[in-house]
Design a protein. Structure first.
Length: 563
């Protein structure tokens, strides 16, 4: 296995797979697939499925296909296809030459439908969608047969061929399976297999005007590709009888085993594709790659690494029942990863100028700073220090309370990697706001320690004013203010819980000069401030933009200690 591959821990799915391999089912072969519909962007929930399917294939020396179940041309687009392939590759997985589309099988799927008609297992129905719904019955009452349910085989074959030829209008006819209108599972009450859609397809153009339904397509595509284990989320558990029924009633090449696992639900987040589309189309976020939403491209832009997402998916494991995972665990995963790898730099987000009056004008000290204390191979860098520097505005108070240990009039603090400084004066504007500090420094404390052993209670980060790089910094927080925004509350929807403070944009931030040469996607820790990533979309030469990936505060670790 390579370092980019996931090794799933022991769980009920791997137990099933190991038993099947031991029994030499499928001749000892394992084949999985990741089958997205190209009607939106992938999110963190899809990452769980990606890691599972590609992970077990790698662990047990099998294969994993990437297949697009593209059966609804009204909602699908090549934009989504390209984005999905990019996301899967970015997560660290590859399908080699096993890229497939359900649309590749349209002719075969049509032939399978004809088989069902010939066996008296399918019929063309003239009821419209609303009428079909009314005939279906309820959980406590059986459905009612369609008036067209007992059409003869030849009539059904003729009508189905004319549907394909475009002789009928949309919604006027469908092909339905002939199963049991009294079946306790409503999905088995003569489900629709084909519907008329006179819409151009992103791959087949106008070749087809009838398209197979997902439940009919999915199982047969699995079979055509020789999939052995069809791993899907719990919402497909009720569909499993239909999956098996279709394969049992046509001449399918093989019969994969469908196994369901709990989907990912994340606190302070929505993972419904419909709701994510609403957030994008209604302008609540800037697009599919907005760092506030849990799309994979949004997480990537925010600064999440593929390793952190794979580790997160491994941590949450697999279950048979739905539950909610605390988003703090996702934040812990990226924080843990970046703590080991991210270089440390200094960035002042809300700058306050400091003039060190006894420091020689025009002189510059090159001070040594550690790149990453967690990485012994990270080395050191040189940081320029001059007479004028910037510190964080929150690190100064003119009238500090008792437990405020940072800078104030007459107080001495340490500057990270530099010197001790003492505040000797304050400059204010006409409104009384502090705009500049006057300080002195102790040259004997170079490197941050006093030779006489005196101690200070605070260490501040800083940036040399003459060498600082200007940047825009975007502070991202959770998009929702409520842990479960989907929870029903009278008169409110999930959109009522959108956090108005989920994004704060800071202009005129001052960063270490080393960041002038950073490239898009570069990640680092701004000391004391959090982990940040250079925005790959908006950063340009001379106009840098950094996104906060995650704060330094580790809520998940605190929860673990309490537990």
């Amino acid at each position: 296995m390579t370092e980019n591959e996931t090794t799933p821990g022991s769980n009920f799915i791997t137990t099933i797979i190991e038993a099947d391999l031991k029994a030499n089912k499928n001749n000892g072969r394992l084949a999985t697939r990741f089958p997205p519909e190209p009607n939106g962007y992938l999110h963190i929930g899809h990452a769980k499925s990606i890691c599972l399917n590609f992970g077990v294939a790698s662990t047990y020396h099998g294969t994993c296909n990437l297949r697009f179940d593209d059966t609804n041309p009204t909602k699908e687009d090549v934009e989504y296809v390209d984005a999905i392939m990019e996301d899967v590759r970015w997560l660290g997985f590859d399908w080699d030459d096993r890229l497939h589309y359900a649309s590749d099988y349209f002719e075969q799927l049509y032939d399978f439908a004809v088989q069902l008609i010939r066996k008296g297992k399918a019929y063309v129905d003239d009821l419209n969608a609303d009428e079909i719904r009314l005939h279906r019955g309820t959980l406590t009452e059986p459905g009612t047969d369609s008036p067209w349910r007992n059409r003869g085989v030849e009539e059904n074959l003729d009508l189905f061929q004319r549907m394909r030829a475009g002789k009928f209008e949309e919604g006027s006819r469908v092909l339905r399976a002939k199963i049991d209108m009294a079946h306790p599972n409503l999905i088995m009450r003569d489900p629709t297999l084909y519907r008329i859609r006179k819409t151009s397809h992103h791959r087949t153009g106008d070749t087809w005007c009838i398209y197979p339904m997902y439940d009919f397509t999915h199982c047969l595509s699995d079979s055509i590709e020789g999939i052995t284990h069809s791993l899907c989320t719990l919402e497909f558990e009720n569909n499993r009888p239909l999956y098996d029924w279709v394969l049992d009633n046509v001449d399918a090449p093989c019969h994969p085993r469908q196994i369901e696992f709990a989907r990912l639900n994340l606190s302070y987040t929505v993972l419904s594709k419909r709701k994510l589309i609403q957030l994008v189309e209604e302008g609540h976020v800037s697009g599919w790659d907005d760092p506030r939403i849990p799309t994979i491209c949004g997480l990537r832009r925010r600064g999440y690494t593929p390793e952190s997402i794979r580790n997160f998916c491994d941590r949450i494991g697999l279950a048979k029942r739905d539950s909610v995972v605390d988003v703090a665990l996702l934040e812990y995963s990226i924080r843990e990863d970046l703590n080991r790898r991210a270089p440390r730099v200094m960035g002042v987000l809300r700058p306050l100028k400091v003039v060190i009056e006894n420091y020689p004008a025009g002189h510059v000290d090159e001070l040594e700073a550690v790149n990453n204390p967690e990485d012994p191979n990270a080395g050191v860098r040189k940081v320029p220090f001059s007479r004028e520097i910037y510190i964080e505005r929150d690190d100064f108070m003119e009238n500090p309370p008792k437990k405020f240990f940072r800078l104030g009039p007459g107080r001495e603090v340490r500057l990270r990697y530099a010197f001790f400084i003492t505040c000797t004066g304050v400059v204010k504007d006409d409104t009384g706001e502090v705009i500049e500090l006057r300080c002195t420094y102790d040259p004997a404390t170079r490197g941050g320690d006093a030779p006489d052993g005196r101690k200070v209670k605070a260490t501040l980060h800083w940036v040399s004013a003459a060498h600082a790089v200007d940047a825009e910094v975007r502070l991202y927080d959770r998009l929702f203010s409520k842990a479960n925004p989907d929870e029903k509350e009278e008169g409110k929807t999930y959109k009522d819980f959108i956090n108005p403070d989920a994004l704060e944009v800071l202009h005129g931030c001052k960063l270490e000069p080393i960041l002038a040469d950073a490239g898009p996607g570069y990640f680092c820790q701004f000391e004391r401030m959090g982990y940040f990533c250079m925005d790959a979309k908006d950063s340009k030469s001379g106009a840098l933009v950094f996104n906060r990936t995650v704060t330094l505060r580790d809520a998940w670790a605190k929860l673990q200690k309490k537990g």
